[in-house]
Design a protein around this ligand. Structure first.
Ligand SMILES: O=C(O)C1=C[C@@H](OP(=O)(O)O)[C@@H](O)[C@H](O)C1
Ligand SMILES: C=C(OP(=O)(O)O)C(=O)O
Length: 407
């Protein structure tokens, strides 16, 4: 489905209730599988969460998690420690190119039985669940934090807990802090040091946990606000003390002219004046999922940006650095990328009616959509948004950004 987007106003006002965080939801689903009396409110309606929920209920021996990175990594650890259960865990074509060997190596040293069914180091995997008696493991921490979160989630069910030694510079650190904080909410203590994480052995408590709405999904409304003439957008449900690192949006978009106020369980995004900033410089190692949104906002505002800390972007749903370079160049940008950084020069015009390829990446579709406030634009394969935000296109209509399905 290719969508032609156009906007009927430059002044935005409206309210959106955004679905629960997929990161929080997917951690809680694994913990719920270990403690069925745990209940979850405001769970995400994203494909990545639905696929994990279905997998955990399934009695089939082949489990296909499609594009969901967290589901792939969390289930690898979960199935590896379920004695007597054998599964074949697979995913989309892209998932079969996303590395998993740091997690498989770590689980194997703990006594897990995991085999690669096609290419060494990549899904699909055959996992024969084992009882784990070891309590210490090493892992390379700079490729994906999801491997470490996966170990943390299952570690609490080991007889002596689990000590995870972190080798190299830790990437996407707020996601590990989120895992530790969610474990704490259900009664599992962790000791978090620079070079290791100790998860104590505990019974997960039977509790009701409410998921905060997804901050990464909120980013597209921050971008809309920044690119509007004026905006007053209310998003729910959000809290000042979030578990999600992407709540860094508040300070990042302040520099881009969007002010945030917290009231009750909502945030109010206000844009009154255009930013006077000439260049945005950021290290996004802690918030990799915001990179595409922020770069496209800067392009739309005609300001330069230089972003570092982006090495994980190359192994996400697509090579996001390359995808950004290709599509922004089509719109008229001057952009250069390395393996872990991106530089965008200021530009004064945006080409109209360009068809943006989305590379099976939900964030490519959603990051480019706000440019409809500046020029008519086409988003190809727009259905990809359901990976994290199925209601996205409907929610845009509330801000008079309409779409026409192209033949
Ligand atoms: O743990 C999580 O929920 C996530 C961790 C991050 O991945 P990496 O640690 O691979 O950067 C992030 O990009 C992803 O969308 C969700
Ligand atoms: C990288 C992402 O997801 P995952 O790694 O879980 O597939 C994302 O949602 O941007």
């Amino acid at each position: 489905m290719n969508l032609q987007l156009h906007s009927e106003t430059h002044d935005l006002s409206g309210k959106v209730k955004i679905t629960g965080s997929k990161s929080e939801s997917n951690r809680l689903l694994i913990l719920q599988a270990l403690q069925p009396l745990l209940t979850i409110d405001n769970i995400s309606n994203s494909d990545d969460t639905v696929v994990l929920k279905d997998a955990l209920k399934s009695q089939e021996s082949i489990i296909d998690i499609h594009h969901a990175g967290t589901a792939m990594r969390f289930l690898t650890a979960y199935y590896a420690v379920q004695p007597g259960k054998t599964v074949h865990l697979t995913g989309s074509g892209r998932m079969r190119q996303r590395p998993i060997s740091p997690l498989v190596d770590a689980l194997r040293t703990l006594g897990a039985k995991i085999e690669y069914e096609e290419n060494e180091g990549f899904p699909p995997l055959k996992i024969e669940g084992q009882k784990i008696s070891k309590q210490e493991v090493q892992i390379d921490a700079h490729i994906s934090s999801q491997y470490i979160s996966a170990l943390m989630l299952v570690g609490s069910s080991f007889p002596n807990g689990l000590k995870i030694h972190l080798n190299g510079k830790v990437t996407s650190l707020p996601y590990l802090k989120m895992t530790a904080q969610i474990l704490k909410k259900v009664g599992v203590e962790t000791i978090f040091e620079d070079t290791y994480i100790q998860v104590q052995s505990s019974r997960i408590e039977a509790k009701n946990i409410a998921v905060e709405s997804d901050w990464s999904s909120a980013s597209y409304f921050y971008s809309l606000a920044a690119l509007s003439a004026s905006a007053e957008i209310e998003l729910s449900t959000y809290h000042k003390s979030s578990l999600q690192g992407d709540s860094s949006l508040v300070s990042i978009y302040k520099q881009l002219g969007v002010n945030t106020t917290f009231k009750d369980n909502s945030i109010l995004l206000i844009k009154k004046e255009t930013t006077t900033l000439n260049e945005l410089r950021l290290d996004l190692n802690s918030s990799p999922d915001l990179a595409q949104t922020i770069v496209v906002t800067c392009f739309g505002l005609g300001i330069a940006c230089h972003i570092t800390g982006l090495h994980t972007l190359k192994i996400k749903e697509t090579d996001r650095l390359l995808a950004l370079e290709n599509e922004l160049t089509k719109l008229g940008a001057t952009i250069s990328v390395t393996n872990d950084s991106l530089s965008l020069a200021p530009s004064s015009q945006i080409h109209k009616n360009i068809a943006i390829k989305t590379y099976e990446d939900h964030r490519m579709a959603m990051a480019f959509a706000p440019l409809a406030l500046k020029v008519p634009i086409v988003i190809k394969n727009a259905e990809v948004v359901s990976k994290s935000f199925p209601d996205f296109w409907r929610n845009l209509e509330d801000f008079k950004i309409y779409h026409k399905i192209l033949p």
